[in-house]
Design a protein around this ligand. Structure first.
Ligand code: GSH
Length: 209
């Protein structure tokens, strides 16, 4: 199977690079220069009409959206490697729920916080009350995650899986955006277990702000 990932340093593609490292899958990685606008060129837009990274091309077929790519990598490569639950197991359902929660529910709140206060966002969109509201929502979301990882060391049970990698990547990124994990000690300990992994160190630590 031929795999080509279009990525950029410290971007939404970074968790996908981390997943490839965890799974130890050979994959050609093409680094785009986002500042130069490589992602808006016609050849790339033909692969990903959103003009963003990541895109994974699988035997000529492009896939976009990081979470979809990583869930597919789990299905295709993770089960054999003991890093993703087999189809038709209760754990597969749990893995899909938490990883989609991270990108859709928790990720939406990151976008709101970024628009409301990030120095990288248009200052005309900044909105301190909205930023405060988002912080309160993070507290509730992190409480749910904290309850989950207080009962077991990893999201699916005793063993680390790609589900931890996917969710912990989003939570780690949120801390770069100003989200505090204070008051959620099990999340902190679980995130530290993820950050100690060689795949994390190889892909995130070097590029972290
Ligand atoms: N929801 C998308 C987000 C992709 C995304 O926003 N990528 C950013 C980098 S973090 C990008 O390529 N931005 C370039 C641009 O907007 O021109 C995913 O998870 O794949």
């Amino acid at each position: 199977m031929s795999l080509t990932l279009y990525a950029a340093p410290m971007s939404s593609a970074t968790p996908v690079v981390c997943a490839l490292a965890e799974l130890d899958i050979p994959c050609e990685i093409v680094m785009l220069d986002l500042q130069a606008g490589d992602q808006k060129k016609p050849d790339y837009l033909a692969l990903n009409p959103n003009g963003v990274v990541p895109t994974l091309v699988v035997d000529g077929t492009p896939m976009f959206e990081a979470v979809a790519i990583m869930q597919w990598l789990g299905d295709r490569y993770g089960v054999d490697r003991g890093l993703w639950p087999a189809a038709d197991t209760p754990e597969r359902l749990t893995a899909l729920s938490w990883t989609t929660w991270a990108y859709v529910t928790y990720g939406t709140m990151i976008n709101i916080l970024n628009y409301a206060q990030s120095p990288h966002a248009d200052p005309a969109l900044h909105h301190p009350p909205l930023a405060k509201h988002a912080q309160g929502e993070f507290d509730k979301l992190l409480s749910r995650l904290d309850a989950r990882v207080s009962e077991r060391p990893y999201l699916l049970g005793d063993a680390y899986s790609l589900a931890d990698m996917i969710v912990a990547s989003v939570v780690t990124y949120s801390t770069y955006c100003g989200v505090s994990l204070e008051g959620h000690p099990h999340v902190v300990a679980w995130a530290e277990r993820f950050q100690a992994r060689p795949a994390y160190r190889k892909t995130w630590e070097a590029a972290a702000p």
